[in-house]
Design a protein around this ligand. Structure first.
Ligand code: C2O
Ligand code: CU
Ligand code: CU
Length: 504
């Protein structure tokens, strides 16, 4: 058996021994690749904003998944797997309660699965890991194709999203069983924003002063191609990277350490950590060393009841934070760097804003942001469940387990009634960002203590730290069917750390 000690020995980012690592609370679980390509200096490449996808008809979109290449590092081409030829994929802009159907056509050489992360989606469109979209070309069907557990296979697939949910930043990404991590790494991720009139009437910064920021780390070979330590003959990664794959280049919207010109005004930053395993603790620092407030207005599942001000903001894989930063106090020509306090060397830097001009600002941050957050009480819960997220053995290999078991699509792990309120106690050995499909939840406690300031609001992913136990509360409403919960360290997810959540 691979014990926790063994796993930790392999997995700490710092390479410390188990005892030292536990004592020092390693900031991350994973091992970092080293790029061979020359890396650009920080804050030179302009920040790209992903294109907004145009509907082919009201409420209807088409996305072709295909190989493409992009100039990510100046002067080099990086082959990618893409949605519509770009990384990130095109952004879908939706309105609450207005259903959209997205037809995905797979022109890649491997089967894929699309999941709308954070979507309240009927099960048949939620991207169950064996509901494959087969490659259109039909040349090389890849490993998953002959998997007897694959239940639905098609060449194109219509995903229908009712979007009967709170407005927020969602993201769509690949979710194929055993191969999600390399597929996202190669580029299969895009944004999906849900809006409504109530949110738009608040007067928050908007238009060019609202910026989606998809943060992801990658590593590059000398020729500009992405490095990923996949095994040749089965899912998973080489032993050194079992704990998670970290890159040494920080991309925002697909650009390395970019820079963006801003007015001296408030901006709404819609942050997503789309990294496989890297955690960030973000801060906004002026050239004279002053920290700007990060005023959080929203969480994974939409607006908070009231704003919460942070000096630094931890962001685990798959989490989203909706944050206002005010550049008004920064002199024209000044720079604000977004830094990651958990990084080292070049991974400490994320991106920068250059204040280009003074400008009028009629935006505001209302003291009351929303009044429709669920108010579940512990006493509403009809049951309490506990799950341990730990290293272990699966099929004779190192893996990551929930309650001692690796993912099995044929097994029922949780069966719950539509509308039931439950408390879940999640216990971790190392860092595990835990995500529930379908249901937003609230964080009740961390190791018996009150939640952290950034645990506020309605979430769909919660970051467990080493040795921690976190209680969440949720109501399983929306749709009946088979969903998932899993660790969103994408390597852990591929190596077993996923379970079925069946709503009846
Ligand atoms: Cu972001 Cu099950 O996924
Ligand atoms: Cu999800
Ligand atoms: Cu994990």
């Amino acid at each position: 058996m691979l014990g926790i000690g063994g796993a930790l020995g392999l997995v700490t980012a710092t390479g410390l021994s188990t005892a030292a690592a536990l004592a020092r609370h390693p900031s991350m679980t994973g091992a970092q690749l080293r790029s061979a390509a020359p890396l650009p200096p920080p804050f030179q490449v302009p920040l790209p904003i992903p294109p907004v996808l145009r509907p082919v008809a009201p409420g209807r979109y088409e996305i072709t998944q295909r190989e493409a290449s992009a100039e990510i590092l100046p002067g080099l081409r990086t082959p990618l797997w893409t949605y519509e030829g770009t990384f990130p994929g095109p952004t879908i802009e939706s309105r609450r309660g207005h259903p959209v159907t997205v037809t995905h056509r797979n022109e890649l050489s491997v089967p894929t699965v699309v999941h709308l992360h954070g979507g309240r989606t009927p099960a048949d469109s939620d991207g169950y890991p064996t509901d494959l979209v087969l490659p259109w070309s039909g040349v090389d069907h890849g490993h998953g194709m002959h998997d007897p557990r694959a239940v639905v296979t098609e060449l194109t697939r219509d995903y229908t999203f009712p979007l009967d949910q709170r407005p927020t930043l969602l993201w769509y990404h690949d979710h194929r069983m055993d191969y999600t991590a390399p597929a996202i790494w190669r580029g299969l991720a895009g944004l999906h924003i849900v809006r409504d009139d109530a949110e738009e009437s608040l007067g928050l910064p908007a238009g060019p002063r609202e910026l989606p920021l998809m943060i992801a780390d990658r590593a590059f070979a000398a020729d500009g191609s992405l490095i990923y330590p996949a095994l040749p003959d089965r899912p998973g990664v080489t032993e050194e990277y079992l704990a998670g794959v970290l890159g040494d280049v920080i991309l925002v919207n697909g650009a390395p350490w970019p820079v963006h010109e801003v007015d001296a005004a408030r901006y709404r930053l819609r942050l997503l950590n789309a990294s496989n395993a890297r955690h960030y603790e973000l801060e906004a620092v002026t050239d004279d060393g002053r920290r700007l407030d990060l005023v959080q207005i929203g969480a994974d599942q939409g607006l908070l009841a009231a704003p919460v001000t942070h000096a630094t903001l931890p962001v685990a894989p798959a989490e989203r934070y909706d944050v206002i930063v005010d550049f008004a106090g920064v002199p024209v020509g000044g720079r604000v760097r977004i830094l990651n306090r958990l990084g080292a060397g070049r991974t400490r830097e994320v991106m920068a804003f250059r204040v280009a001009r003074r400008a009028a600002d009629d935006s505001r941050i209302p003291g009351v942001l929303s009044a429709d957050l669920p108010v579940w009480q512990r006493s509403d819960a009809v049951r309490v469940r506990e799950f341990a997220f730990r290293a272990g053995r699966m099929h004779g290999h190192h893996g990551w387990l929930i309650g001692g078991l690796p993912f099995d699509p044929a097994r029922s792990d949780v069966v719950t009634g539509l509308g039931d309120v439950e408390v879940w106690r999640l216990v971790a050995d190392v860092h595990h960002p835990i995500h529930l499909h379908l249901a937003g939840f609230r964080v009740l406690s961390r190791s018996g203590r009150p939640p952290l300031p950034h645990d506020v609001g309605l979430k769909d992913t919660v970051s467990l730290r080493p040795g921690e136990s976190v209680e969440i509360i949720t109501r399983f409403d929306g749709y009946r069917g088979r969903y998932l919960f899993h660790c969103h360290n994408a390597e852990h997810e591929d190596m077993g750390m996923m379970a079925n959540l069946e709503i009846i």
